[in-house]
Structure formats: C-alpha cells, structure tokens
Design a protein around this ligand. Structure first.
Ligand code: FAD
Ligand code: NAD
Length: 467
C-alpha cells in the first residue's frame, strides 16, 4: 500500500537537529512531517551524548567506591571493593535513553508533528519515499525540506568495525567490561569513554596519530587530563599509527607503529576506534536533489540554506562543530525562517565541553587564536577556590582572554571537575559582548566554581582578591 502525504515542512532525521526543527515548526503552526529511520533522539540521545554521560557518571561513582575500599576516601571506608555488573549498568542507561526517546515522541505529538518511521529516499529535491517499518510505503511531497541526517563514525580502512573492533555505539552497550581496551584516537569520544572504562577497572591504552591528546585545545588546558591519564596508568602511544588487527581466540592484537618506528603489538579484548565522524550523505538520494557539497559536508549559507531552493540542512551534516547544541540551534532557526522570521546563524561562540577527567570547556577564542589582537590573558586556579577544595577537586583553572584596549572578552576556557556547568555563563558573557568589568561587577554566588571566573576577570584587571 502506498500513502501520499503533502506537507509544508519535511524534516529528515530525528536527532537534536531534526526533532528540534520539527517541534519549532509545529509550534509555529506549520504542517510538519518528520521521518526517522531508527529511533527518535538520533545519535545524541540514543548512542551519543546522553548514554556516554550516563556511563561516565557510573564510572565516577564506581571509582570513588573503589578508592574508599582500597585506601579510604576523605574518611569513608568500605569493607569490600565494589562490584560492577555491566549488563545492569547498560540496562539502567537504556532506561534513560528510553525515557528521552518517549519524551521526544510526546513533544513532537504535542507540536502536532506527523512522524513517519522509515528510511527516506529522495527522487527529487522535494519528494521522498519512505519504506515504513510495517512494510508500507509513504511518498512525501514537501514545500520545504530540512535535512538533518547527522553523522556516522569514521572507520579505518585496514581496521574495519566488526568483532573486537568497535565504535562508540557498541562501546556504550557492552554487557561485560573489557579487561584490556585499546582506544584509537585521543579526541572527544576516545578520551571520554577511555577514561570511563579506566575508572571502571579496564586496562586502557590509547593510540593517537598526533603528538598530543585532544588536539583541539591548547596544551595548558589539556595538561590536567594528561596528568590524570598518566597517574591512572593509561598507556599513551602518541605520534603512533594503528596498522593492522589480528583476531585471536579471546580478543585481538593491534599492531601499532610507534613514533620511533618500532612496531608494538597491543593485546585487547576490545579496540575502540574513535578517529572522528563523517556526515551521513549516502544512501538517501542526495545526488537527486541538486544540493552542493562543501568537501564531505552539505554546503549551507548563514541561514542553513543549501544550493537548492527551500532545501535546508543543519547539524552534523553541514560541518564542524559536530555538537548537539549547534544542531538544535540551527534547527530552531530554520523553522523560524520558514515561518517568516528574520534569522541568521551568527553566534559569537558555540561553547564546547569535553567530559574527560577533569572536564574541559572552551567558549570563544583560545589565547593563540586571539593573538592577532592585543590581548590580556589571566587565569585563576581551582586550588584557590573554596568550592573546588570542598569537592576535593583542586586541579584546573578558569582562563579569560580579553582585548587589551576595551577589555571586551574574546574567549573563556576552564579545566576542572564539573566545569561543564560553567559553559552557559561563558557562552552568555560572550554573546552579550561582556567586558572584564561586567564580569568583575557581577556578584557570583559563594561558594561556587563560578567564582573562579569572577576572579579570573579581576586578575585580568590587576586586582584579584584570592590570589
Ligand atoms: P544525529 O543526532 O546524528 O541524527 C540524525 C538522525 O537522522 C539519526 O537518528 C538517523 O537515523 C536519521 N537519518 C539519517 N538519514 C535518514 C534517512 N534517510 N531517513 C530517515 N532517517 C534518517 N555532542 C555534544 O554536543 N555533547 C556531547 O556530550 C556529545 N557526546 C557525544 C558522544 C558520542 C559517543 C557521540 C557519538 C557523539 C556525541 N556528540 C556530542 C555529538 C552529537 O551526538 C551530534 O553532534 C548530534 O547528535 C548531531 O545531531 P544531528 O541532529 O545533526 O544528527
Ligand atoms: P575527534 O575528532 O574528537 O578525535 C579524533 C582523534 O583521532 C584526533 O585526536 C585525531 O588526531 C585522531 N586520529 C585520527 N586518525 C587517526 C588514526 N588513523 N590513528 C590514530 N589517531 C587518529 O573525533 P571523535 O572522538 O571520534 O568524536 C567525533 C565528534 O563527535 C567530535 O568531533 C565531536 O564533534 C563529537 N563529540 C562531542 C562530544 C562532546 O561535545 N563532549 C563528545 C563526543 C563526541
């Protein structure tokens, strides 16, 4: 049976880009249809941001209990070490994912968005057919199409996914903890998950092609994470190339060309390959839509318009940063433009957080990037912040970068426990065009980590109080 739908707005993909675009379009009274082949929530809610943060949370709790059992932790002792039942942890994580999936479905329903489950394939820019999960076909003809097809993990040609070689998707659903884990790629996913698995008790080795971990950030910001890895026995092979994998009876061996040219054989129960993600541009007829690409990504302008009239693209499909909050912001904007609002995607910054140990947050320009201006840089260490000390989390700092002439803040970064929660204040300050004096003149609650931001601004002005 073939059903035919005419819709004002067709959204392809139910991730944080697509579902937000559809909800906003529905709120604005636009007749909206969303097609999702897998599960509403996309990479972020189903196999990315949320499940990884759930596993990171469990790992931190487990590590604290293990510490308390091994040598005591700030007066807490446990008479026996904790035990981890990975299958139960994964089930708990799946429960959260299920709740969020149901929540997205309910929000779409409330916004009167029609949801079609199945894979959309375009025959021209405004027409797609969807073979639904029940086998029926739906043809959808739209006035506007919002492409939010997201991204997929990059695989290494000589170390393809399968068997012991896994992507983040499988890593987030392991039923047993790998005894030995080798992570290839020391970026966001590799380190977030590598650290979590180390905390849960796995032996972890990291193979990174460049000479340093987390190459997106400067060495000073990354230093506390590097220190944590070394202190906790994570073996780092930097400037190294993963060459080949050999399958053994109980796992695999990864051959690695070390920086000095020698070959290392790394035994592993699992090899987690996290060398980046690529836009999902294959298998859905993009070639029939007359949409231009920009490298591997779909080319868009500052309103997320593609080269084809009334075809829009958002999120991971259109390029870096591949972050959920960017996808959502673009989705909301496109829905509003279609409804006739005047909008442009021109944020001062898109803050990014790496949920490592400790966490890193960066908003706006790093000192190096701001260097073409005459800038002042100042940082305030968490070792002088009462709240950080009270949480036994004194590693790290907040750093502010501002123009020397008018003190306009250009960038704010932090590394430390729980600094992800400072990201909104950093993004807000930049978006509002705050100066050092604005932050210095804002009373920050005591005792909080945010006081370190206040103090960094004071320090940049030459009169920090607590250092
Ligand atoms: P996606 O979330 O990828 O959604 C695309 C959807 O489109 C998918 O559900 C897919 O099934 C569907 N689809 C594709 N093609 C079709 C088709 N033809 N027909 C029907 N449906 C289709 N970002 C952060 O900001 N913070 C984090 O902490 C974070 N952690 C992450 C952790 C991991 C392990 C991973 C993998 C990613 C993480 N990300 C994080 C990145 C974040 O998940 C993505 O940036 C975000 O999901 C992109 O949203 P999107 O809507 O563009 O695409
Ligand atoms: P990434 O780009 O963060 O890191 C990839 C790393 O792999 C880099 O350090 C790179 O030098 C290294 N690499 C590349 N090829 C290699 C090779 N052949 N051998 C060894 N190392 C190699 O990519 P990712 O960790 O896969 O994450 C993908 C994207 O997902 C991120 O860029 C980010 O946009 C998003 N993400 C965000 C968060 C967050 O916001 N907290 C968390 C996870 C993922």
């Amino acid at each position: 049976m073939t059903e035919r739908i005419h819709t004002k707005v067709l959204v392809v993909g139910g991730g944080p880009g697509g579902y937000v675009a559809a909800i906003r379009a529905g709120q604005l009274g636009l007749d909206t249809t969303l097609v999702e082949a897998d599960t509403l929530g996309g990479t972020c809610l189903i196999r990315g941001c949320i499940p990884s943060k759930a596993m990171i949370h469990v790992a931190a709790e487990f590590e604290s209990m293990a510490l308390a059992a091994a040598k005591g932790l700030n007066g807490i002792t446990l008479s026996a070490p904790p035990a981890l039942d990975m299958a139960k942890t994964v089930k708990w994580k799946d429960g959260i994912v299920g709740k969020l999936n149901g929540g997205v479905a309910a929000l779409l329903k409330r916004a009167k968005v029609r949801v079609v489950d199945g894979w959309a394939e375009f025959s021209d820019a405004k027409t797609c057919s969807v073979v639904r999960k029940d086998g029926a076909t739906t043809t959808i003809v739209a006035e506007h199409v919002i492409l939010a097809n997201g991204s997929l993990p990059v695989s290494l040609p000589h170390i393809p996914f399968g068997g012991a070689v896994i992507s983040s998707t499988e890593a987030l659903s392991l039923e047993t903890l790998p005894k030995k884990l080798v992570v290839v790629g020391a970026g966001y996913i590799g380190l977030e998950l590598g650290i979590a698995f180390r905390k849960m008790g796995a032996e972890v080795a990291v193979v990174e092609a460049l000479d340093r971990i987390l190459p997106l950030y400067d060495a000073q910001l990354v230093e506390p994470v590097h220190k944590w890895l070394v202190k906790h026995g994570v073996t780092l092979h930097l400037g190294a190339k993963a060459k080949a994998v050999a399958t053994k009876k109980n796992g695999a061996v990864l051959s690695v060309e070390a920086k000095d040219g020698t070959t290392l054989e790394l035994p592993a129960d699992k090899i987690l390959v996290t060398v980046g993600r690529k836009p999902n541009t294959e298998g859905w007829g993009i070639e029939n839509m007359a949409v231009d690409l920009d490298g591997r990504f779909v080319r868009v302008d500052d309103q997320c318009r593609t080269s084809m009239k009334d075809v829009w693209a958002i999120g991971d499909l259109v390029g870096e940063p591949m972050l959920a909050h960017k996808a959502s912001a673009q989705g909301e904007m496109v829905a509003e433009i279609i409804a006739g609002h005047k909008r442009r995607f021109n944020p001062v910054s898109i803050a990014a957080v790496c949920f490592t140990e400790p966490e890193i947050v960066s908003a706006g320009l790093l000192p190096d990037e701001a260097a073409r201006n005459d800038v002042i840089t100042a940082q305030f260490p968490f070792s002088a912040n009462g709240r950080a000390l009270s949480m036994d989390a004194q590693d790290g700092f907040v750093r502010v970068v501002a123009r020397a002439d008018d003190h306009r803040i250009l960038g704010i970064q932090a590394v430390g426990a729980h600094v992800s929660e400072l990201s909104a204040e950093f993004a807000h300050a930049l978006e509002m065009g705050a100066t050092l004096e604005d932050i210095a003149g804002t009373i920050h609650v005591h005792p909080t980590l945010s006081e370190a931001f206040h103090e960094s601004a004071l320090r940049a002005l030459g009169h920090a109080i607590h250092i």
